[in-house]
Design a protein around this ligand. Structure first.
Ligand SMILES: [Fe+2]
Length: 178
C-alpha cells in the first residue's frame, strides 16, 4: 500500500550511517511513541513514524578528546536543518511521494527549537507528534543517543511498526468506504 516502508528506510546505507550515529534505539523508540501519539491526535501514522524515525538523522559527532562537547554543540548545532535535508533526499531517492517527503522533512526541521532564536514556534499536529515523541524518549544528559540495539531487534521492531502502520491505514481506508 505504501511506496516506502520503515524497513526500506532502515536498510538504506544513509540511514545505517547517520541514524546509527545519533542512536538507532532512540530513533525506533521515538517512531513507536509517534505512532501512538498519531492515533490520539489523528495524524497520518506513516508520516509520523517516518519523521520520528528520521528526526535526528542530521546529527554531527560533537566529540572533543573522546567526550561529547556540549558547549560546541549548543553553539554550533544545526542537526534539525541538516536532518530535514538529508531525510528529504533519502525519501525521494527511495520513491516517497514528494508531498509526503516535504511534510516529513518539515517535521524533522521543527522537532526542536534549540537552534532557533527565542520565540514561539507554531507546530502542526504532525510536527507536535514528532517533537513530543522525541521528548518522551529523552534521557538527560543525552544518554538516549547512546542506547544500543542489536541488528536483529531493530529489524524486528521496525517490521512490527510497519505492520501497525499498514493496519491503521487499512482501517481508515475501510471506514472511508463504509
Ligand atoms: Fe531525538
Amino acid at each position: 500500500m505504501r511506496q516506502v516502508t520503515l524497513l526500506n528506510i532502515y536498510e538504506h546505507p544513509i540511514t545505517q550511517k547517520y541514524v546509527k550515529r545519533s542512536g538507532m534505539a532512540h530513533a525506533i523508540s521515538v517512531a513507536d511513541n509517534a505512532l501512538q501519539l498519531a492515533e490520539e491526535l489523528k495524524v497520518h501514522p506513516d508520516l509520523a513514524a517516518k519523521a520520528a524515525f528520521l528526526h535526528d538523522i542530521g546529527h554531527y559527532t560533537w566529540y572533543q578528546d573522546g567526550e561529547w562537547d556540549f558547549t560546541s554543540y549548543k553553539e554550533n548545532d544545526i542537526h534539525a536543518i541538516k536532518g530535514a535535508e538529508r531525510a528529504h533526499k533519502l525519501l525521494i531517492r527511495l520513491g516517497e511521494d514528494p508531498k509526503h517527503a516535504k511534510e516529513i522533512a518539515l517535521a524533522v526541521l521543527l522537532h526542536t527549537d534549540s537552534y532557533l532564536p527565542a520565540g514561539t514556534l507554531f507546530r502542526s499536529d504532525l510536527q507536535k507528534v514528532v517533537a513530543l515523541a522525541d521528548e518522551m524518549d529523552e534521557e538527560p544528559p543525552g544518554d538516549h543517543h547512546y542506547r544500543l540495539i542489536s541488528e536483529k531487534k531493530a529489524r524486528r521492531k521496525i517490521t512490527e511498526l510497519d505492520k501497525k502502520i499498514d493496519h491503521t491505514l487499512t482501517l481508515s481506508l475501510q471506514s472511508k468506504h463504509a
